[in-house]
Ligand binder design. Sequence first.
Ligand code: AMP
Length: 440
Amino acid sequence: MRPLPRPRPARSPHCFRPSVSPILLLTDGVKHILRRTGHGRGRGQTGYASLFFCVQGGTILATHAFAPERGFAAFELHPDLLRALDAMGYTQPTEIQAQVIGPLLSGRDVMGQAQTGTGKTAAFGIPIVELADPERRETQALVLAPTRELAVQISEELGRLAQFRGLSIITLYGGARMGPQLEALKAGVQVVVGTPGRVLDHLRRGTLDLRHLSMLILDEADRMLDMGFMPDVERIIRQTPRTRQTALFSATMPLVMRILARRHMREPVWIRVRPEEPTVAEVEQRYYEVAERDKGEALLEILQEQRPERAIIFRRTKAGVDRLVHFLHRRGVEVEALHGDMPQRSREQVLSRFRSGALSLIVATDVAARGLDIPEVTHVINLDVPESAEAYIHRIGRTGRLGRAGTAITFISEWDQAALEAIKKVANGALRQGRLRLYS
Ligand code: AMP
């Protein structure tokens, strides 16, 4: 028999608040899980609902069922959190939320394979906000993310979720001034979101204390791995209590994630949400043949014709971004650049104006725009052809999110015929050719 999981202090009331009679919902599959484990907490599937259960010595203590038609109400969340969800316009959980929120609320560790755009931030954000105690001043939840942009994005989402709960949330990332971070930490914060380097920095200075941490989230773990953050992540984990709950989210699950799960997690629930379709169905895809030197004029024509509400224009290089912004400014178009050479503050300002709708056009490099989630993006314009078919999918995935309509436009210059063939393949018949008035 497999060893039983170590008992974890029951922190979640959910596990002990039966909402549905267990008898009614137990299917053979669930019974099998109960027979096998005899003990602990788990998740089963019935024909129409996910079922989370607690068992002790073979006796069912409680179940908590999630039926999709009940929406967020099925999770019996704090009224202040439900109010926030309502204010945010979240009426139905997304697929990853439906699968992840229950196990996290009942104290389980989670390995979630999902990409940005699936609603994964709220999938861990809702349990954080529900379980963190605003009365306690110590840090109870820590979210680690690979980039400052993502960290800021997560903090903003947590802030919206916690708007009526009175939790304090801080974002720690390199490049920002230490002073305000130190002051906030001194006052006591319940939730910390940060990049591994800066979080470790605070741990070393003794300005961040993780001894009371109860929930650790590793977001975009594969990117943290690619960026060489894993040793820092391990150092951080060593400074947290073993009783903590851990969740890891990653778009891909290379072997090293499994090793990480074995080393730092307790019988995690594995959850996988369909990866983004190779070609996003809702995105209308068009390409135009344009001579390299006509790209600026061609872009003006497209902007005039399409009048995009919110567009990201991609260029291959930072210099290319700056040149195009300069050209557009001269032609009276309001637009801002977004690339890695800009100071952090200006990048944040540009993003926040873009996100709020005050600015409708940005010109960006791939790196600057990676992982950005702005669902209102209506157009992606590839002024320079993406470097690979994979980068193409990634770029056009910035639009048409969560079922919204989107348009992706790609300029093909005299040098790009091979790239066009590669894109056509992944577009699977969805890419149409457009004609520019410029050449008629
Ligand atoms: P994420 O994958 O966490 O970056 O989320 C992608 C987008 O979906 C974000 O803009 C969220 O605001 C939005 N979102 C997340 N959950 C929901 C929901 N349940 N209903 C509607 N929109 C959502």
